[in-house]
Design a protein around this ligand. Structure first.
Ligand SMILES: Cc1cc2nc3c(=O)[nH]c(=O)nc-3n(C[C@H](O)[C@H](O)[C@H](O)COP(=O)(O)O)c2cc1C
Length: 191
């Protein structure tokens, strides 16, 4: 069955970013696609140590095996589609999301591209500014990995828990992107 894995880099579990991601996943499920959401909130995610072990071992894993990253890499490798979500922190993604990107990205490069031709989208939520920069960070990961991106990812607006529910445009954008994502996923599996 076609599957999409979503990873929420927010430090707040079930916050605004999670809400928009879930909106996207609901839409994908309506199209018969299996989904799973992993939230990094409350977890310590190490940054890349630049040890190069992934290029020596070439086993699809990071040498650090004491946090959630190898589990995420395995699920991302297995999935047909990947959604990375992050709130904007100081005009960029959260530290946990950046750590995941660096390590999963390097492991992917070391293994001839674990995510090539998967359908990849992003989603960011800002209070006021910085969404484009954060989005660029996520898009660079998707594009460097050779993934197919279904148009401009959704940008949500909100600060406190639940604010996002008032952002009708952000929610509509999340719905539209996931409809295109489902279309691409179906096209991908029929080839
Ligand atoms: C450390 C930190 C830095 C932030 N930096 C920004 C920022 O640069 N620009 C912005 O618009 N919002 C910023 N915010 C606000 C969050 O992006 C906003 O509250 C968002 O809705 C949080 O999403 P979440 O509920 O998924 O965690 C920051 C929040 C925190 C905790």
């Amino acid at each position: 069955m076609t599957k999409v894995i979503a990873i929420n880099g927010s430090a707040r579990k079930d916050g605004n970013t999670a809400f928009l991601i879930r909106r996207m996943l609901e839409e994908l499920e309506n199209e018969g696609i299996e989904t799973e959401l992993i939230q990094l909130a409350g977890r310590t995610v190490r940054g890349c140590a630049a040890c190069g072990q992934c290029f020596e071992n070439r086993d699809g894993r990071c040498a650090y095996d004491d946090d959630i990253v190898n589990g995420c890499i395995a699920k991302m490798t297995e999935a047909d589609g990947i959604i990375l979500g992050s709130p904007v922190y100081f005009f960029d993604v959260t530290a946990e999301m950046k750590a995941l990107i660096d390590r999963a990205g390097y492991v992917s490069l070391a293994n001839d591209g674990l995510f090539t031709r998967k359908v990849g989208s992003a989603v960011v939520v800002q209070r006021r500014a910085g969404a484009i920069h954060a989005l660029d960070t996520l898009l660079h990961f998707l594009l460097i990995g050779g993934m197919i991106v279904p148009g401009l990812p959704p940008i949500g607006v909100g600060r406190d828990f639940g604010d996002i529910k008032k952002d009708e445009e952000g929610i509509a954008r999340a719905t539209n992107v996931s409809v295109t994502m489902a279309w691409l996923l179906k096209a991908r599996t029929t080839r």
